[in-house]
Design a protein around this ligand. Structure first.
Ligand code: ADP
Ligand code: MG
Length: 223
């Protein structure tokens, strides 16, 4: 049963990412198509297009690589990591989707970040899930802030949205397997996050006011 649930977890994350993947690569593909058509129709070759086309290709390459990394099942691998880079990758991965939803993702990272032991792939899954929830909580758009802080013993990431918030009577059920308020939700995202944070000796907590947004706090201990 344990193993089945793990497979379900992985499928849920992969499914959520797959839905986003289409959005993510559609924009650079459309841009590339436009440039190829331009080059085809003009008699003079315009070299200025090539660097832009390369940038778009690199973006598609990056997104597909990240997607493969996140969806492949692998044993946990802990190493000293710069959490700012992990966060930047996830923000880049979700940027197109955010823009399509009129959401701006702002990051505020402390400068003297100390490397922390974690499984980067799993931490990416945590940030993907929490950021997706933030975007989905703001159907009319808004801002998400990702703020990173640290003390001697703790690294904390606050992810704050301006969304619908969580009604008080539902708070106790949030994070339970399969609990979702969304038409196409799986109700597995936060459960996966809780599991991952637990395996890191850290925790995830949610503070929300119905109607005025949500803050998810992710804590990792320095060991
Ligand atoms: P799913 O996103 O598939 O519904 P999750 O486990 O990620 O599953 O989230 C469970 C539920 O928690 C969501 O359906 C939603 O009701 C609530 N929730 C999570 N994050 C937020 C948020 N940032 N703002 C409002 N509600 C949230
Ligand atoms: Mg979710």
């Amino acid at each position: 049963a344990e193993e089945l649930l793990r497979n379900a977890d992985r499928l849920a994350v992969t499914g959520q990412l797959a839905a986003g993947l289409a959005h993510e690569i559609r924009n650079p593909l459309t841009a590339l198509k436009g440039f190829v058509q331009l080059l085809q129709s003009s008699r003079i070759e315009n070299k200025a297009y090539y660097p832009i086309m390369l940038t778009e290709l690199e973006r598609i390459n990056f997104i597909v690589n990240e997607f493969l990394l996140l969806s492949k099942p692998r044993p946990a691998s802990f190493k000293e990591s710069d959490i700012r880079i992990v966060i930047d990758h996830v923000v880049t991965l979700l940027e197109t989707q955010a823009i399509l939803n009129k959401v701006r993702i702002l990051t505020e990272q402390v400068i003297d970040m100390k490397p922390i032991r974690c499984d980067e792939n799993q931490m990416k899954q945590v940030f993907v899930n929490v950021l997706k929830n933030a975007i989905e909580a703001m159907p009319a758009g808004g801002e998400v802030t990702v703020r990173t802080e640290r003390t001697e013993r703790l690294l904390t990431v606050h992810i704050t949205d301006q969304g619908s918030g969580i009604p008080e009577d539902l708070a106790s059920q949030i994070g339970q397997p399969f609990f979702t308020t969304k038409e196409n939700g799986t109700g597995l995202g936060l459960m996966i996050c809780h599991n991952i944070m637990e395996s890191h000796g850290g925790k995830l907590s949610i503070a929300s006011m119905s109607g005025s947004g949500t803050t998810v706090e992710i804590e990792l201990p320095y060991t």
